[in-house]
Design a protein around this ligand. Structure first.
Ligand code: NAD
Length: 280
């Protein structure tokens, strides 16, 4: 069995990312020594494409890609899943001899988190706040889960419109409503999702006024630092089922690990090790 796996993450502002710990702990379950490098284009003096070319030739099994490079990565790889192709955003790349394969485990990780909390129930009428990188993955996942009425709120209306155009091509029957005012779009929604940075440490607040929170249904917050955001606290107070962004962090990491290593993972043990601060 392979004893060493070289992985990495291309992104900006990734100094605090816990992805290296997650992948090292996953490797330790199999006695594999994982190196997971933080690859910041500016720090390495290379623009994204040059850095991508470099790592593709440097013995990496694969990489994760995060803000703001997921769309750029999608242009550099072969994507076999038609929905990921339509999404146009890739967060996991496997390097092969002749070509590189692209995946989106934010998308698959959200599906797992949603199903763990809601089972087979469809998402219902949904409000997605934030149409950026993670919002795009969530929107395709929601449509894939059977959402028929999706409202998208973003302060940047061009971003919401671009996402709606991409969704319409894959899901022509989906009803889409766009706007800047999340509170207004929340009326009658059963699911509400935060895919903005609002609520992160240093970015206090919530993108949805507490009194606009639906009276029943479910809520997901992509933000997970802190795990208990104001958005999720308001949702729980309103009686909604809540799904934390930590579940997405775990889900995307587990799915990426399975692609990188093609090995199973003891997920409860991984969660316990992460929570206990075990250093691999
Ligand atoms: P992004 O910058 O690409 O997109 C954020 C979008 O939100 C932008 O389009 C912006 O215009 C919009 N926005 C900002 N404030 C708003 C507001 N008050 N109301 C409406 N729209 C608003 O960022 P991203 O990469 O999509 O990430 C968003 C957040 O998701 C990150 O800050 C991070 O905390 C979280 N995230 C979590 C995970 C995870 O594993 N849980 C993964 C990726 C991102």
């Amino acid at each position: 069995m392979q004893r060493h796996l070289r992985l990495g993450l291309i992104g900006d502002n990734i100094g605090a990312s816990r992805a290296p710990v997650l992948h090292r702990l996953a490797g330790a379950q199999h006695g594999i020594d994982v190196t997971y490098d933080r690859l910041v284009p500016r720090d390495m003096g290379k623009p994204f494409d040059a850095l991508f070319d470099h790592v593709a030739q440097a013995g990496y099994r694969g990489i994760n890609v995060t803000y703001p490079y997921k769309e750029k990565a999608a242009l550099r790889v072969q994507i076999n899943d038609p929905l990921v192709q339509a999404m146009g955003a890739v967060n996991t790349v496997l390097f092969g001899k002749d070509s590189s394969l692209g995946f989106n485990t934010d998308y698959s990780g959200f599906l797992s988190a949603y199903r763990a909390a809601r089972g087979d129930r469809p998402p219902g009428v949904v409000l997605l706040i934030g149409a950026g990188g993670v919002g795009r993955s969530l929107a395709f996942a929601l449509a894939g889960l059977g959402a028929v009425d999706l409202r998208i709120a973003d302060l940047d209306t061009a971003r919401a419109a671009a996402l709606a155009d991409a969704l319409r091509r894959s899901f022509p029957a989906l009803t889409l409503t766009l706007g800047r005012d999340a509170g207004a779009l929340a009326q009658g929604a059963e699911g509400v999702l935060n895919a903005t940075p609002v609520g992160m440490v240093g970015h206090d607040g919530t993108p949805l006024p507490p009194d606009a929170m639906p009276a029943r249904g479910w809520a997901f917050d992509a933000v997970y630092t802190p795990v208990n955001t104001a958005f999720l606290t308001d949702a729980a107070a309103a009686g909604l089922t809540t799904i934390s962004g930590y579940e997405l962090f775990i889900g995307q990491g587990v799915d990426a690990w399975r692609l990188f290593a093609e090995l199973p993972l003891d997920e409860p043990r991984l969660r316990a090790d992460l929570a206990a601060g075990v250093v691999a």
